[in-house]
Design a protein around this ligand. Structure first.
Ligand code: MEV
Length: 320
């Protein structure tokens, strides 16, 4: 087998509207977050060395075998490599794969999907058979299932295609136009919160109260459709109100928390057009929609309210 040195990467993501309801077939909107990324570098190793993964940020050095293990490191690092090799019908190659990431773990920014995308991409390239986007997306979705049971598929889709998506579970991602730039502050609460847990809790709540929770999902679906129309027509002010409405519905789904509420309130009081949690919730990140003149005030207010890291990102208008 001829092997090449290569590197591959994948971005983080933010969900603008529709998390959780998207698991139940309602639409959601997500955009890539290029300011944080996972990078995987593959280097051929000496004969017989096997495939060794170094996860540099977490000090893990793991040898890939065909065995399955019930451990989070297996799910995050080895399972994606196994899936890639199985899909290529390749034996375990003699390679070293060094992985590093600036995407915080369990914070709603897609760290698991980005890690899987970068590992699978790098292995395909190193073996001289790069994965087409559609196949890569399907493989990363398999990894997402291991991470949180019943993923909608939105995280792998936005991360693999690295484009804003209007997403409905089980259908191809719909591209949509962005009429005006959207400036967002992404503020980390500093409290990790695994998506697996919030998704499972929402499921329990839905099973216990199908009518009330089903109606909340419907309401979120309406908000997402209105948000798409506002993004397509450049009505940025309307989007802020829709973010606040989405956050109110997420609170009723019991996936907000005092710390997330405090950050959202601080952003709004400082002049943000709207604010909501993004991703699984309880902890992780909130997003605040700002305009150029109030961005510094909102940033300061978020810091004072306890945000441990703030990333400013602009969702740029589409060119086509
Ligand atoms: C996680 O980023 C988004 C959720 O809606 C779960 C999913 O869609 O799989 C909470």
């Amino acid at each position: 087998m001829s092997l090449t040195s290569t590197s591959a990467s994948a971005p983080g993501k933010i969900i603008l509207f529709g998390e959780h309801a998207v698991v139940y077939g309602h639409p959601a909107i997500a955009v890539p977050l290029a300011a944080v990324r996972t990078l995987a570098e593959a280097r051929p190793a000496e004969r017989g060395a096997g495939l060794v993964l170094h996860a540099l940020d977490v000090g893990q050095r793991l040898r890939v075998t065909w065995e399955a293990e019930p451990s989070p490191w297996f799910d995050a690092l080895i399972y994606p490599a196994q899936l890639a090799l199985r899909a290529l019908e390749a034996p375990i190659p003699d390679l070293t794969l060094r992985v590093r990431s600036t995407i915080p773990i369990a914070s709603g920014l897609g760290s698991g999907a980005a890690l899987a995308a970068a590992i699978i991409r790098a292995l395909g390239q190193a073996l001289g058979r790069p994965f087409p986007a559609e196949q890569l997306n399907a493989l990363v979705y398999e990894v997402e299932k291991r991470h949180h049971g019943t993923p909608s598929g939105i995280d792998n889709t936005v991360i693999v295609y690295e484009q804003p998506v209007y997403f409905v579970r089980g259908t191809p991602p719909q591209p949509f136009a962005i009429a005006a730039p959207l400036t967002l502050l992404v503020a980390d609460s500093g409290h990790p919160s695994p998506t697996r847990e919030t998704v499972a809790d929402v499921r329990k709540l839905y099973q216990a109260e199908q009518e009330r929770i089903g109606a909340l999902f419907e309401q979120i679906g309406r908000i997402v459709r209105e948000a798409r129309a506002a993004i397509e027509s450049g009505e940025v002010g309307a989007l802020g109100a829709l973010m606040n409405a989405n956050q109110a519905a997420l609170r009723q789904l019991n996936v907000s928390s005092p710390v997330l509420e405090r950050l959202c309130a601080a952003a709004r009081e400082a002049g943000a057009l709207g604010a909501k949690l993004s991703g699984g919730g309880r902890g992780g990140n909130i997003i605040a929609l700002v305009d150029a003149k109030n961005a510094p005030d909102v940033r300061r207010a978020l810091q004072t309210a306890g945000a441990v890291r703030i990333i400013e990102t602009v969702v740029a208008p589409s060119t086509s």
